[in-house]
Design a protein around this ligand. Structure first.
Ligand SMILES: C[S@@+](CC[C@H](N)C(=O)[O-])C[C@H]1O[C@@H](n2cnc3c(N)ncnc32)[C@H](O)[C@@H]1O
Length: 371
């Protein structure tokens, strides 16, 4: 099954695996398209129609209105079940190919860019305490020497998980952030770019094409994902410097980047960590440099906010509900940025395919601040 663009690290799927994965993706899309939207009717009747000021209701109010509705229970059960099914299906498929994938990654190592691992980096408790979005062992589980399992599995499951909405290379978030940045700040030409929480670099690689003269760095705490991500980047002929680091406190020097970005990492951290990460971004930026974080944060969209709240409770993403209520301007100013240099905005997905019956298109919040 080669639904992503082919690259030498992409794990194969035999007929049965392909069939099972297609079934799960179809069932998820069907559940979202046909049942999740039905929750909107219930929400309108029970909650939104009673609000006179048109504001988005608190998460708890929406949860209490929906949680015992049979329609919502059906949808909820399908989403949780298919989430577990996708890991149950993809995991064994990757495991049977793991020795070969490890060798492939080793053979690509060092050919372009770099990979710096540091086993003294501790995985923060917000990642180690749960199997994040039901991914067994989260991003960081090491099963064998030079393991690439978590990365290889992510490359397959993320496509199913996102239901095809992130484009063939799963790089929509990188292109979307860059397009939003261009709208807000015009054509900037960063010389050094840092992507925090890169996982396997899906969103990192667009920066290689967009800024061919820039040095592109990408960090994550998960060595398994970085090994795979580095090999994937080499296989796709992209030069990226991957290193194992905690975004809360990196080893880069003060002022060493003019663009620091992240894609979908904030909601997987914590109230304390997000504040530390923004402070670290401030430290890492050169004067005039830009920090931009893109994430699925939709505080003003009732149904999307309900979905995030549901995931925080039912999909092992503990902070995803709370992050909807954060004061990002306040967090930026506490980190050192001037309030008038902070811009929040909805960023429109750049995935050229746009929405269709089997492919949703995502909405993102872009949180930016200039030093
Ligand atoms: C949802 S994934 C991000 C996806 C990726 N940015 C992309 O666009 O494909 C979250 C990633 O953030 C990483 N992460 C979370 N907290 C981190 C931290 N404090 N430092 C470095 N990486 C972190 C996790 O290990 C995981 O790989």
């Amino acid at each position: 099954m080669r639904n992503n663009s082919d690259h030498a690290m992409f794990a194969d799927a035999n007929h049965d695996e392909q069939s099972a994965q297609s079934f799960i993706k179809t069932l998820r899309v069907f559940s979202m398209r046909n049942f999740f939207r039905g929750n909107e009717t219930i929400l309108n009747e029970k909650v939104l129609s009673k609000r006179t000021d048109g504001s988005c209701p608190p998460r708890r109010e929406m949860r209490e209105a929906l949680e015992n509705e049979p329609h919502n229970k059906w949808w909820s059960s399908m989403m949780r079940t298919t989430q577990e099914m996708l890991y149950d299906t993809v995991g064994p498929s990757i495991e049977r190919q793991l020795p070969d994938l490890v060798e492939r990654a080793k053979s690509l190592r060092g050919k372009l860019g770099s990979l710096t691992l540091d086993d003294s980096v501790e995985v923060p408790p917000y990642l180690s305490a749960v199997d994040m979005h039901c991914k067994p062992g989260s991003y960081q589980q090491e099963m064998i020497a030079d393991d690439v399992f978590a990365g290889a599995e992510f490359d397959r499951t993320f496509r199913l998980y996102s239901m095809g909405g992130l484009g063939p290379n799963l790089d929509d978030m990188g292109f979307t952030l860059a397009a939003w940045m261009r709208q807000q700040f015009g054509d900037i030409g960063p010389k050094r770019v840092l992507d925090m929480g890169c996982t396997v670099g899906h969103s990192t690689l667009p920066y290689c094409d967009l800024f061919p003269d820039a040095e592109i760095h990408a960090i994550d705490v998960a060595a398994t994902c970085l090994r795979y991500g580095h090999a994937r980047a080499v296989a796709m002929d992209k030069e990226v410097h991957f290193s194992q680091q905690n975004a809360e406190h990196t080893n880069f020097e003060d002022g060493s980047f003019d663009l620091v970005v992240s894609h979908a990492i904030l909601h997987e951290t914590s109230r304390r960590a997000i504040r530390a990460i923004f402070k670290e971004c401030y430290r890492l930026l050169a004067p005039g440099g830009l920090m931009i974080h893109l994430d699925g944060i939709t505080p003003d969209k009732p149904l999307d906010k309900y979905y995030s709240d549901w995931m925080s409770i039912n999909n092992n993403e503990p902070y995803l509900g709370t992050v909807q209520d954060e004061d990002f301007v306040g967090i930026c100013t506490q980190a050192g940025f001037d309030a008038d240099k902070v811009t929040l905005g909805d960023a429109e997905s750049q995935f050229v395919g746009k929405a269709s019956d089997d492919k949703p298109v995502y909405g993102y919040l872009a949180i930016s601040a200039q030093k």
